[in-house]
Design a protein around this ligand. Structure first.
Ligand SMILES: *[C@@H]1O[C@H](CO)[C@@H](O)[C@H](O)[C@H]1NC(C)=O
Ligand SMILES: *[C@@H]1O[C@H](CO)[C@@H](O)[C@H](O)[C@H]1NC(C)=O
Ligand SMILES: *[C@@H]1O[C@H](CO)[C@@H](O)[C@H](O)[C@H]1NC(C)=O
Ligand SMILES: *[C@@H]1O[C@H](CO)[C@@H](O)[C@H](O)[C@H]1NC(C)=O
Length: 622
């Protein structure tokens, strides 16, 4: 035995492991935890097809948005992400993919499912157990902080559901939608896993991660290192065969810049990376009605519990509560277009120039066009984790995302753009003042915008010296999780060449007819309105408020119109005040007489699909 050689070999190994990313993604099984697992529901006589994916089942995408557990800083929360995406997807399946998509909040689990270790690891089964016993809220109630109960976000009512105002106050909500797991259990082995996925929906599985997995960019992956030490949790969303090779379709929580838009194909049938060893399923309890209205609200018991909360009882909160109700609406998150000097970019005829306005349909709702939703991806809450006047970014990016969906006729990618990435370039405005909506489309033309999984929403302005640094535009991070109070960006880096989404044209539009033509021909637009206390209180139905308006203070997205049985015509709009506001985050507003100024100042952007790296889908193909 040549000792020198051995020494060199060991040195190389040590060097490698130091240089390698921290591969532990956060599977940790609490040895003391007790589960109440149920047997799997078997469906007799079902023939499982050779190819199947929930991304595209008879042309419908039943999957929700791809997430990134590693931003704004590292967190070993794969277990919470795998569990919440299984749940969000199974809810979408139950609701027949009729929007809006609901994204269950991993933050609730990181803070409150304390049988796990938050950002230092956990087990998806204990996530299901927590949700079965306590319920869970969506991300518009509890935004992802990448912090757990051990490093700065210990369980309090605000981590279940909160709202914040412009005075810097936040308070836990008293009423909000909640979702439950009905039952959960284990599944393993190729055949059973395929049956479970096909009959009921995606499952979560433990998996061994290697450096090659980190570097994966596409194709059917096959591990040759033989590693089976499972340290990560992912979701399996389908299975198939490619060139005679059987594979699983896996959805990871490492952003869309990883793998194939966030997905990976892994060879199937040989327990590669231990993927077929230990998976689990969870069924959701129905807490909505006919795929639309969310009807489940917190119980009296939950409310009593809430009133004991620190934040709820805080002096500041009590003192300002009155102000809040009266003045919350006096927020300003968009600037006046009359002060905008950037102009329009119009290259092709405008829809109102070539469409016969009489021919427009009586109803149009991009959330349901012949049974397909093009507007389901994204309901946001600009006011959590703290107040920020980002409506001008929320409404415009949401409208543009819907338009990508419409143009590509490809419902198997979920488009949602990063508001924080735009804020980090202080582009167009700030939290305190808002900005010019049309500048967002202009920026999408000149610079391109990014997927939400590049930079998640933190609802804050950035420090001057980090302005538009690549690391603040699209970021990735590795372990360990930073301790309470530390940001620890030294473990983060800028992502090379993430996909950018571009616009080709943008412009302004006013008045009912032109708005309708634009929405009908090309998709949602964004419009300025005046916010009032009544609007803040809106819970459903057709809103109407005609008043003298001097300035438009808020921006929303308009995605269709309709008519009540009494003959009242209205717009269908999407707000960015969370799913607990209005009709699951949406509202209807009376069409004429310029209600709240809605027909006065709208704008639009046209996606540039080719420059964004997509092939145009022709009508024949779709
Ligand atoms: C599964 O899909 C692949 C292409 O993606 C195709 O080549 C193969 O024939 C399909 N298998 C079956 C059984 O349909
Ligand atoms: C999966 O792992 C857990 C924890 O080690 C164990 O209790 C359970 O029995 C395993 N399930 C299967 C199907 O092997
Ligand atoms: C969607 O629209 C179709 C008609 O195109 C209608 O039959 C269906 O009920 C609608 N679905 C929902 C959930 O509104
Ligand atoms: C809004 O609702 C609250 C609670 O129901 C009520 O106290 C308040 O008066 C309402 N405000 C307006 C302007 O209607």
């Amino acid at each position: 035995m040549d000792l020198t050689k051995t020494f060199v070999f060991v040195a190389i190994l040590v060097g490698l492991s130091l240089a390698a990313p921290n591969l532990n993604q956060g599977l940790w099984i609490n040895p003391e935890a007790e589960l109440d697992v149920s047997p799997r529901k078997i469906v007799e006589g079902v023939e499982v097809p050779a190819n199947f994916t929930w991304q595209d089942k008879d042309g419908i995408n039943y999957l929700t948005l791809v997430k990134n557990q590693h931003i704004p800083q590292y967190c070993g929360s794969c277990w919470a992400f795998a569990a919440t995406s299984v749940l969000s997807d199974r809810i979408k399946i139950q609701r027949n993919a009729m929007g809006p998509d609901l994204h269950m909040s991993p933050q609730v689990l990181l803070s409150c499912a304390k049988e796990n270790r938050g950002c230092s690891g956990g087990w998806h089964l204990l996530a299901y157990k927590y949700i079965k016993d306590n319920g869970i809220t969506d991300e518009t109630c509890s935004a992802y902080l990448a912090r757990g109960h051990k490093n700065g976000a210990d369980c309090e009512a605000q981590y279940l559901c909160k709202n914040c105002d412009k005075y810097g106050n936040c308070w836990p909500m008293e009423e909000y939608p909640k979702y439950y797991v009905e039952d959960y259990g284990f599944v393993s082995g190729e055949k059973d896993m395929m049956e479970e996925i096909y009959n009921w929906g995606p499952i979560s599985c433990t998996i061994a991660v290697t450096e090659e997995v980190h570097a994966y960019t596409g194709g059917v992956f096959r591990d040759t290192t033989g590693r089976k030490e499972r340290d990560h949790v992912v979701e399996i969303t389908g299975f198939g065969e490619e060139n005679g090779v059987k594979y699983w379709e896996i959805r990871n929580s490492w952003g869309t810049y990883w793998g194939d838009e966030g997905f990976m194909k892994l060879v199937r049938g040989i327990d590669n990376l231990g993927i077929e060893t230990n998976c689990s399923w969870a069924n959701v309890k129905n807490s909505w009605d006919a795929g639309k209205e969310i009807i489940h609200r917190i119980s009296d018991q939950d409310r009593t519990q809430l009133q004991k909360d620190k934040l709820y009882q805080s002096v500041k909160y009590q003192l300002t509560r009155k102000d809040r109700e009266a003045e919350m609406y006096e927020t300003k998150c968009r600037l006046d277009s009359r002060e905008y000097t950037g102009g329009e970019k119009i290259l092709t005829p405008r829809p109102h120039e070539y469409l016969n306005l009489e021919d427009l349909p009586e109803n149009l709702d991009w959330r349901n066009v012949s049974g397909v939703s093009y507007a389901s991806t994204w309901v946001t809450n600009q006011h959590v984790p703290q107040y920020c006047g980002s409506c001008f970014l929320q409404a415009t990016t949401a409208s543009l995302a819907d338009r990508f969906n419409i143009l590509l006729k490809r419902t198997n990618i979920n488009f949602a753009f990063s508001v924080q990435s735009l804020m980090n370039c202080a582009f167009g405005g700030k939290c305190a003042t808002g900005g010019h909506p049309i500048e967002v489309y202009q920026y999408a033309d000149t610079d391109g915008i990014l997927h939400n999984s590049c930079m998640n929403y933190e609802s804050k302005d950035i420090e001057e010296d980090g302005l538009c640094d690549p690391i603040n535009v699209c970021r990735d991070c590795q372990g360990p999780p930073p301790p309470d109070g530390e940001q620890s960006l030294e473990n983060c880096w800028a992502v090379d060449n993430p996909r950018k989404y571009y616009a080709s044209e943008y412009g302004q539009v006013q008045g009912v007819d032109k708005m309708k033509a634009e929405i009908f021909a090309r998709g949602p637009i964004s419009c300025g309105i005046k916010t009032t206390p009544n609007l803040y209180n809106y819970t459903g139905g057709v809103y109407s408020e005609v008043r003298e308006i001097t300035d438009l203070t808020h921006e929303i997205s308009v995605l269709g119109w309709g008519k009540t049985t009494e003959g009242e015509e209205y717009w269908i709009a999407r707000n960015s005040w969370g799913t607990y506001w209005g009709e699951g985050g949406f509202f209807k507003i009376s069409m004429y007489e310029n209600n709240l100024g809605i027909t006065r100042d709208c704008c639009f952007g046209v996606p540039d699909v080719e420059r964004s790296g997509f092939k145009t889908v022709t009508t024949e193909e779709s």
